[in-house]
Design a protein around this ligand. Structure first.
Ligand SMILES: Cc1cc2nc3c(=O)[nH]c(=O)nc-3n(C[C@H](O)[C@H](O)[C@H](O)COP(=O)(O)O)c2cc1C
Length: 305
């Protein structure tokens, strides 16, 4: 993925230079409209070479420009005057392309070639540095966030308690509203309890073949932010899933709360006191097989203002 990201960025920089070359040719042929169009694209391709490194790309020119302005000019990576040059190129290109009787000015076309040259030579050393950094990062191991997948098939061998303790230490490291830490963790290796937990819902069956099951619960005593309690529990649950992955174990979250009927069924199996509520069921074990995580990164879900 990283390799592809750098590769695409390099291609866009190359495309920027090609557009610039063709802008110069059109200028020499006195084709000012076309020259303006090409030098604008030279600028746009150079911007895309940068934004792609953040995995941001769009068919909408305005979206690329506003992303670049916000994250690269607004943060002083590139000088503030850059936005003005981009804006002017966008306007001139729009006139040259869409206004029927627009006569492109020779001076404007010459100026825009100079601007595109300036932007490309400003961006190029920055890109070279980022490409090197990204290629170096690629050599580092992936974090559990990018390798975790839900595991529903487990090997029939136990998980030593030292692993469970690490997992629960990770759970309790989670953030919680006003630091209320509402969690209580039930851990069981009892085949009868595990079998009953696996029958709580049609979706809880993956628990059946797990050597150990963790049931994160919360208490209802003296909570300062009771309305936030399930958010706290979800964050602790994510830490459990990530730490299990980090240790080479597999796990899956089986949803229980906020469905009262399921919460009551789990409470009955675990004999929870009245003030304890079941949040989820998490089977943990050594995975039978590991699959790669699907890449769910979707730039269109990022809305830049
Ligand atoms: C709130 C919640 C409830 C879930 N409940 C179940 C469940 O009851 N049974 C199950 O097999 N997986 C359950 N999952 C796991 C999802 O199916 C799984 O995370 C999703 O398909 C994405 O796959 P991945 O975890 O491998 O990335 C649940 C996940 C969440 C976040």
């Amino acid at each position: 993925m990283e390799e592809v990201r750098v590769e695409y960025s390099k291609r866009h920089l190359e495309a920027a230079k090609e557009c610039l070359a063709s802008s110069r040719i059109s200028f020499d042929r006195e084709e000012m409209d076309f020259s303006l169009n090409r030098s604008y694209y030279a600028i746009l391709q150079a911007l895309r070479a940068v934004t792609l490194l953040d995995r941001f790309d769009s068919n909408r020119h305005k979206a690329v420009i506003s992303y670049f302005n916000r994250y690269y000019v607004g943060t002083n990576i590139f000088p503030s005057g850059t936005s003005r040059l981009i804006d002017s190129a966008f306007k001139l290109k729009s006139c040259a392309d869409y206004e029927d009787f627009y006569l492109a000015d020779r001076k404007d076309a010459q100026q825009q070639i100079t601007d595109a040259e300036g932007i490309i030579s400003m961006i190029e050393p920055y890109l070279a540095k980022r490409w090197a950094e990204i290629t170096k990062e690629e050599a580092l191991p992936m974090s559990a966030i990018f390798t975790r997948t839900s595991t529903r098939q487990f090997e029939p061998r136990p998980v030593e308690s030292k692993y469970i303790i690490k997992i629960l230490r990770a759970a309790m490291a989670a953030p919680s509203a006003v630091n209320q830490q509402p969690w209580e963790f039930y851990v069981t290796e009892d085949p009868d309890i595990i079998s009953r937990l696996s029958q709580v819902s049609p979706y809880s069956r993956p628990a059946a073949n797990a050597p150990v099951v963790i049931v994160p619960c919360w208490h209802t005593d003296n909570l300062n932010a009771p309305q936030m309690v399930q958010i706290d529990m979800a964050l602790a649950t994510q830490n459990i899933l990530l730490e299990a992955e980090e240790l080479g174990l597999g796990a899956v979250m089986l949803g229980i709360a906020p469905i009262e009927e399921l919460m009551n069924a789990v409470a009955e199996i675990l004999k929870l006191p009245e003030n304890f509520k079941a949040f989820t069921i998490i089977p943990v074990g050594w995975p039978v097989n590991k699959r790669p995580q699907e890449d769910r990164y979707e730039p269109s879900r990022i809305h830049t203002l």
